[in-house]
Design a protein around this ligand. Structure first.
Ligand SMILES: NC(=O)c1ccc[n+]([C@@H]2O[C@H](COP(=O)([O-])OP(=O)(O)OC[C@H]3O[C@@H](n4cnc5c(N)ncnc54)[C@H](O)[C@@H]3O)[C@@H](O)[C@H]2O)c1
Length: 220
């Protein structure tokens, strides 16, 4: 069997550690390297001939990583949040120039993808809506990439409230208010394992995509 050659970047972080374990469990995937800050990613991609790099790093370094990955000829699966709209345009151009693909997915948990889809449906009937997102206290950015993506899918400006507390992993409520009623759609990631089936699916499908893709829902 020809295995897909994978690098996990940000491998010492909370998501990186979980991703390394998940990749190592799959027979059709080969973990070529675990990289973290200060390592020569471009050289490691070239030396290992990695086809796919999964990035769970930091909002401040993610763009440099994406530039390195795509210009080294590897496909990028980006779970790191905090990418701006202008940066998304740059990624699209980089994909076309280097003939590689990039998936930017603010949330790899299937339940979160469904929560966003249900919110997109509900807002057609109940337009008054707000989002509360809850994350662990070490999360670098606010609001979360998932909350931004949810608002984007709902097609309007939705107020977002961010809670950062120890004990939380990643949670979101989309609350709709109507005459004499409310509707709450809630998703909870209670462990980082929740993201792994989505990451593994993305590694298997990234070659079939066309350029830049934003959101796991396009792979389902
Ligand atoms: N898409 C999703 O489903 C999902 C789920 C959870 C977290 N996230 C996002 O993933 C990112 C990482 O989260 P985390 O909780 O693992 O963070 P973390 O702080 O635990 O880990 C980040 C790791 O990246 C490393 N790093 C930083 N800059 C780097 C660089 N330039 N090159 C290589 N490595 C670098 C750090 O040394 C660290 O080991 C955050 O943006 C977070 O919001 C996404």
């Amino acid at each position: 069997m020809v295995k897909i050659k994978v690098i996990v970047n940000g491998a010492k972080g909370k998501m990186g550690i979980e991703t390394v374990k998940a990749v190592q469990k799959e027979n059709d995937l080969e973990l070529m390297a675990q990289t973290d800050i200060g390592e020569p990613l471009a050289a490691i991609i070239n030396d290992t001939k990695a086809e796919v790099v999964v990035d769970f790093t930091h909002p401040k370094s993610v763009m440099d990583n994406i530039r390195t990955i795509l210009s080294s000829g590897a496909h990028a699966i980006v779970g790191t949040t905090g990418i701006s709209e202008a940066e998304m345009k740059e990624i699209k151009v980089l994909c076309e120039k280097n003939k590689v693909n990039c998936l930017v997915a603010p949330n790899f948990a299937i339940g979160a993808v469904l929560m966003m889809q249900f919110a997109k449906e509900a807002v057609k009937h109940m337009p008054a809506a707000e989002i509360i997102e809850f994350h662990h206290e070490t999360k670098a950015d606010k609001p979360s990439g998932t909350a931004i993506k949810t608002g984007h899918l709902m097609g309007k400006e939705v107020p977002i409230h961010s809670v950062r507390l120890p004990g939380l992993v990643a949670h979101q409520e989309v609350i709709f208010g109507g005459l004499g009623q409310t509707l709450t759609i809630r998703h909870d990631s209670i462990s980082r394992e929740s993201f792994m089936p989505g990451v593994i699916m993305a590694i298997r499908k990234i070659k079939e995509l066309k350029g830049l893709v934003y959101g796991l829902e396009h792979l389902l």
